[in-house]
Design a binder for this molecule. Structure first.
Ligand code: AHM
Ligand code: MG
Length: 333
């Protein structure tokens, strides 16, 4: 009698338990912490999927710390992540794009060892038009000797200190991509069973791609180096003329760059001389994943992961992508 074979299934929870062996003595707390993120992103994606059917589209009528209008979904995503993470005892500090100051959780429990920094819903301008948005996160260990109420110190660490980072794209499917510094792994949410299943093990960015990704409308206000670089990409200087793709959600633009290669840029502009993207919860997770996948990330002058942060919502220019495109950018001065 023929038997039905079930292909091997690895959920993100099982994967995290395996990866946790890299943290001797972590005794389940790290996987419990990450399960807070997976639960929250499942709740967020459920809301995103039904956005047009419930009263969740549009702005909240408030402005966040960046001076940006908060969308209702921004606020929902922020609250869900804060709730799911603040019941994990190992989490001491949370910092979010949507909150001016870091939040101390558990009133400062001695058992708390980690800070989680996140952008709950990246690509807000795309929410109302049914285009991909995402969540980015970065996990940092409590620095040696940092007191429980010195929460800025927990968070203001360079990207090299991230012990895990990742993102979720709420796109045509929901994909979670994360790394604990041992390669990059992608999990697709199976909506029928509500579990993230390993679909992209050990992701590697191709050494060269076909696309560059930048908001070219601002080109006249980029420093001259960026315009020269884009010209080089367009005119075949790297072996072939590049095409362009720009979604306007960093997570989605980066996800394509990770899978297909190429380069994503958010340069300094006249309106945003330090770039628009935030170092701690946007550029750092993406730079960590890019390097883990064989790519590179720079602010134009320095490796992104080496930038010492001086404020929680600090912005940075970002150029991230495949080796060939990044080496060409370095050479373009
Ligand atoms: P957000 O976190 O408020 O959504 O802003 C970040 C987003 C990125 O996802 C995207 O790369 C960028 O803003 C797009 O900005 P622009 O419209 O200036 O191209
Ligand atoms: Mg955002």
């Amino acid at each position: 009698m023929p038997t039905t074979r079930v292909p091997p299934i690895l959920t993100v929870q099982q994967h995290i338990l395996q990866e946790q062996k890299r943290f001797p003595g972590a005794s389940g707390e790290f996987s419990w912490l990450l399960s807070g993120i997976t639960l929250a992103t499942k709740l967020i994606q459920a809301k995103v999927r039904r956005a047009g059917l419930s009263d969740i589209l549009g702005d909240q009528g408030a402005v966040n710390v960046q001076g940006e209008v908060q969308q209702k979904l921004d606020v929902f995503a922020n609250e869900v992540l804060a709730q799911c993470l603040s019941v994990r005892e190992s989490v001491g500090v949370l910092a979010s794009e949507e909150n001016e100051n870091p939040i101390l959780v558990h009133g400062g429990s001695e058992k708390a060892n980690y800070a989680v920094v996140f952008d709950p819903l990246d690509g807000s301008s795309n929410i109302d038009v049914n285009v991909s948005v995402g969540t980015t996160f970065s996990i940092l260990r409590r620095p040696e000797g940092a007191s429980l109420d010195d929460h800025e110190r927990w968070v203001l660490q360079p990207g090299t200190k991230q012990i895990a980072a990742g993102y979720v794209v709420y796109g045509s499917s929901t994909i979670l991509v994360y790394s604990v510094g041992d390669g990059v792994h992608g999990f697709t949410l199976d909506p029928a069973v509500g579990a993230y299943i390993l679909s992209h093990p050990n992701m590697k960015m191709p050494a060269q791609g076909k696309y560059y990704s930048v908001n070219e409308a601002y080109r006249d206000s980029f420093p001259p180096r960026y315009a020269a670089y884009i010209d080089q990409l367009r005119n075949g200087g790297l072996g072939h003329p590049y095409a362009s793709r720009y979604i306007g959600s960093m997570v989605a633009d980066f996800h394509r760059t990770l899978l297909k290669g190429g380069v994503f840029l958010y340069p300094p502009t006249t309106d945003n001389p330090a770039g628009k993207l935030r170092l701690l919860y946007e550029a750092n997770p993406v730079a960590f994943l890019a390097e883990q996948a064989g790519g590179l990330a720079t602010d134009g002058e320095r490796r992104v992961l080496d930038i010492p942060p001086d404020s929680i919502h600090q912005r940075t220019p970002l150029v991230v992508g495949s080796r060939t495109e990044m080496e060409a950018f370095e050479a373009c001065r």
